[in-house]
Design a protein around this ligand. Structure first.
Ligand SMILES: Cc1cc2nc3c(=O)[nH]c(=O)nc-3n(C[C@H](O)[C@H](O)[C@H](O)COP(=O)(O)O)c2cc1C
Length: 189
């Protein structure tokens, strides 16, 4: 059985939901999965002892949660020795124009370079607009940004843009890599 660690950072809660759905998916494939909030007791978590690690964080004004950056920096060496993946949650990935997507790809590359982490897989995943959880200024600001991008602007409700099938496909792709990497480590390939 594969022992997998999912570490996530969240500001409004949606990436926690993504981490939990991903964990359920991996458990359905008979993996043992621990899910940890990087903003919680990050000192006690370590990638050591796990076969694979997935880190998920969301973009807020061009940056991921500081708690995730700190955790990845502290554990970059260990992360580079196991199978690992980075899941970047954002909204720019929904835009038709290429520039916003290029922007979030640049943010991801810079983050990985600054942390010294080389994950085997990276994925951009659409997040959510949770108007009902935002204070009024954030609600007003998000409505303007989202309106420009052609998204939902009814601030009395939330909009979930995550493609759960895409997340499921990511989980499968990740799992397929696990035995292959064990063979490489064992010197078979
Ligand atoms: C204040 C704020 C700033 C954001 N900035 C960006 C951004 O710069 N680029 C982007 O693609 N998405 C941005 N987003 C969208 C978030 O990444 C998206 O809402 C995500 O689902 C948030 O995840 P969380 O609930 O786990 O924090 C922003 C959202 C908020 C509320």
């Amino acid at each position: 059985m594969n022992h997998i660690l999912i570490v996530y950072g969240t500001t409004d809660g949606h990436t926690r939901k993504i981490a939990q759905v991903l964990a359920e998916d991996l458990r359905a494939h008979l993996c043992s999965v621990d899910v940890l909030d990087a903003g919680g007791a990050f000192n006690r978590m370590s990638p050591e002892g796990y076969d694979a690690v997935i880190v998920a964080a969301s973009v807020h004004i061009g940056a991921y949660q500081k708690s995730v950056a700190r955790w990845v920096r502290i554990h970059a060496k260990a992360l580079n020795l196991v199978l690992s993946a980075f899941l970047a949650v954002c909204l720019a990935v929904l835009e038709q124009r290429p520039e916003p997507r290029q922007g979030v790809e640049t943010i991801m590359r810079r983050f990985l370079r600054q942390c010294g982490w080389r994950p085997m897989m990276t994925r951009l995943l659409a997040g959510a607009v949770l108007y009902t959880r935002y204070p009024w200024l954030k609600k007003w600001m998000m409505k303007r940004i989202v309106a420009k991008a052609g998204g939902g602007t009814d601030t009395t409700r939330d909009y979930e843009y995550t493609d759960w099938n895409d997340l499921r496909a990511f989980a499968l792709e990740f799992l397929q890599a696990v035995p292959a990497a064990e063979l490489v480590e064992g010197g078979v390939i």
